[in-house]
Design a protein around this ligand. Structure first.
Ligand code: GTP
Ligand code: IMP
Ligand code: MG
Length: 429
C-alpha cells in the first residue's frame, strides 16, 4: 500500500484526526498537504489526548518514523512551536518532524488582515466567518509570488531584512484600509504592536530560537521533503496523506465564497506533498454520520431545534480552533455523491455513529428533484440498541448497517468509528 490519501468529505471536523491516528499504526510517514493553523484535529490514544493544528497526527503515533508538513501547507511558526511544546510535555519525540522548504509561512500581517477583514464586515453581509488564522491572505501572497517560505529561514539575516521591509509596507496598507477598525482592534499582537509603534519581531526571534535549540540546526527541520517521500515509495513503505478541512470547503469545489483558501481533496494530496498521483492507490473519504459546519454559508440539510441541541450537547460540537458552536445537519447524500466522484474514493470511513444512538428516526438529505434537498426519515437503532460496544460489522444492529450502507453512497465502507478511542473502531473487510 504505497500512498493513501485521507480527506474530509464534508465541511471539516469529520473526525479525520481519529481515523488518521488509527491508520497511522500502519504508516511509515504521515504528511499534511494543505491548510495550516485553521485546522483542528483531535486524537485520543494511549499517549494521551491531543489537539493538533499543523502537525500531522502521525506525530502522536509511535509507529510513524517521520511526519511532514508538506509544501502545500501554510504553517505559522508560533502555532507550530505551541504544538511542539505541547507534544514535548507528553513525552513525544518531536525531532521526527520535517517542514518542506517550499511551504509558505503565515506572517503576522496575514492574521491581522484576516481578522480586520472579518471585523470590518461584521455588520454587513459577505462575512466568510474565517478562523482568523491568516490562511487566505497567506495563500494570496503565495499566488501573487511575494510570500515568505520556510526555506527563507535558512538564511536568517536576509530573512529578517526582508521581514522588516515587508512589515513596514503591510502595516501601511493595513492602516490605510482598516483605519477605523484599528483603533478598536485588540485582536492580535500585530495590531497591538502597530498601535504602540513597535515592530513584531520579538516573538519570531523566540520561535526560531526554540526550533534551533530543539533541532540543533534549522536544516534538520526545514528541507525539500520530496526526496524523503520518493525514497520511501521506492522502498515500498507506507505513506499517509492527511487532509485538513473538508471537500465542501475546497476553493474550487466547495460552496464558494464560503470556503477555505486551499484545495482539500485527493488531487491536492499529490500537489501539496510531491507524492505522484499514480502512487495514491487508496483514497479514503471521512464522513461524519451527520453534518456539521462552522462559519458562514449554506447548509441544505441543516437541523433545527431539538436534534441540533441534543447532538451539540452530547457530541460537543464546537470549533476546535475558534470554539464557535457548529451548525448541525442531517447527512447530505447529494453533496457526498459529488465528493465521491470528484475524488475517486476507494473507501469511506464513517465516524461518530454512536452519536445517533438516541434517535429513533434519522434524517438523510436526498435530491428533491429541483436542486434542493428533501429529508428522508429512516428508522434508527436507538434507544434500545447502541453501537458503542460494537467492534465488528456483524455485531452492529441491522438498522445501523442499513444506515451506513445508505450514506456510503455505493463506496466500500472501510472503517466505522463508534467512540473517541482508537479501539472504538470497526474495520470492515
Ligand atoms: P477533524 O478536523 O476531521 O480531525 O475532526 P476534529 O478532530 O476537528 O473533530 P472534533 O473537534 O469534533 O473532535 C472530535 C472529537 O470526537 C475528538 O475528541 C475525538 O476523539 C472524538 N471522536 C472521534 N471519533 C468519534 C466517534 O466515532 N464517536 C465519538 N463519540 N467521538 C469521536
Ligand atoms: P479559513 O480557512 O480560516 O480562511 O476559514 C474559511 C472557512 O473555512 C470558514 O467558514 C471556517 O470556519 C472554515 N474552516 C477552516 N478550517 C476549518 C476546519 O478545520 N474545520 C471546520 N471549518 C473550517
Ligand atoms: Mg477539525
Amino acid at each position: 500500500m504505497p500512498a493513501t490519501a485521507v480527506i474530509g468529505g464534508q465541511w471539516g471536523d469529520e473526525g479525520k484526526g481519529k481515523i488518521v491516528d488509527f491508520m497511522a499504526q500502519n504508516a511509515d510517514i504521515v504528511v499534511r498537504y494543505a491548510g495550516g493553523g485553521n485546522a483542528g484535529h483531535s486524537v485520543e490514544n494511549e499517549n494521551g489526548k491531543f489537539a493538533l493544528r499543523t502537525i500531522p497526527c502521525g506525530m502522536v503515533n509511535s509507529h510513524s518514523r517521520m511526519n511532514i508538513v508538506g509544501r502545500g501547507t501554510v504553517p505559522e511558526l508560533g502555532i507550530v512551536v505551541g504544538e511542539l511544546q505541547a507534544l514535548e510535555e507528553k513525552g513525544i519525540d518531536i525531532t521526527r518532524l520535517r517542514i518542506d522548504a517550499a511551504a509558505h509561512l503565515v506572517m503576522p500581517w496575514h492574521s491581522a488582515k484576516d481578522r480586520l477583514e472579518e471585523e470590518s464586515k461584521r455588520k454587513g453581509n459577505n462575512s466568510i466567518g474565517t478562523t482568523g488564522n491568516g490562511i487566505g491572505p497567506c495563500y494570496a501572497d503565495k499566488i501573487d509570488r511575494v510570500g515568505f517560505r520556510a526555506g527563507d529561514l535558512l538564511d536568517i539575516n536576509t530573512f529578517y531584512e526582508n521581514f522588516r521591509q515587508r512589515f513596514k509596507q503591510r502595516v501601511a496598507y493595513l492602516k490605510r484600509n482598516y483605519r477605523s477598525h484599528f483603533k478598536r482592534c485588540s485582536c492580535c499582537d500585530l495590531c497591538r504592536d502597530i498601535i504602540s509603534g513597535s515592530v513584531a519581531v520579538c516573538q519570531l526571534h523566540e520561535n526560531i530560537a526554540y526550533l534551533k535549540r530543539k533541532f540543533e540546526s534549522l536544516d534538520n527541520l526545514i528541507c525539500d521533503t520530496r526526496p524523503i517521500l520518493w525514497e520511501a515509495l521506492d522502498k515500498g513503505q507506507n505513506i499517509l496523506l492527511e487532509g485538513a478541512q473538508g471537500f465542501m470547503l475546497d476553493i474550487d469545489h466547495g460552496t464558494y465564497p464560503y470556503v477555505t483558501s486551499s484545495c482539500t481533496g485527493v488531487a491536492s494530496a499529490a500537489q501539496g506533498s510531491g507524492v505522484p498521483v499514480n502512487e495514491i492507490k487508496e483514497r479514503i473519504g471521512v464522513f461524519k454520520s451527520y453534518t456539521s459546519r462552522v462559519g458562514e454559508g449554506d447548509m441544505p440539510t441543516q437541523m433545527a431545534g431539538y436534534p441540533e441541541r441534543k447532538i451539540r450537547e452530547i457530541a460537543h460540537e464546537y470549533g476546535t480552533v475558534t470554539g464557535r458552536p457548529r451548525r448541525l445537519g442531517w447527512f447530505d447524500t447529494v453533496f457526498v455523491k459529488e465528493v465521491v466522484r470528484a475524488n475517486g474514493l476507494t473507501g469511506v470511513a464513517i465516524t461518530r455513529l454512536d452519536i445517533l444512538d438516541d434517535f429513533p428516526l434519522i434524517g438523510v438529505g436526498i435530491d428533491n428533484g429541483t436542486g434542493g434537498r428533501r429529508i428522508d426519515w429512516i428508522p434508527g437503532w436507538g434507544p434500545k440498541e447502541s453501537v458503542g460496544p460494537c467492534r465488528t460489522w456483524d455485531s452492529l444492529p441491522e438498522a445501523a448497517k442499513d444506515y451506513c450502507n445508505r450514506i456510503a453512497c455505493g463506496v466500500p465502507i472501510k472503517y466505522i468509528s463508534v467512540g473517541p478511542g482508537r479501539e472504538e473502531t470497526i474495520v470492515v473487510s
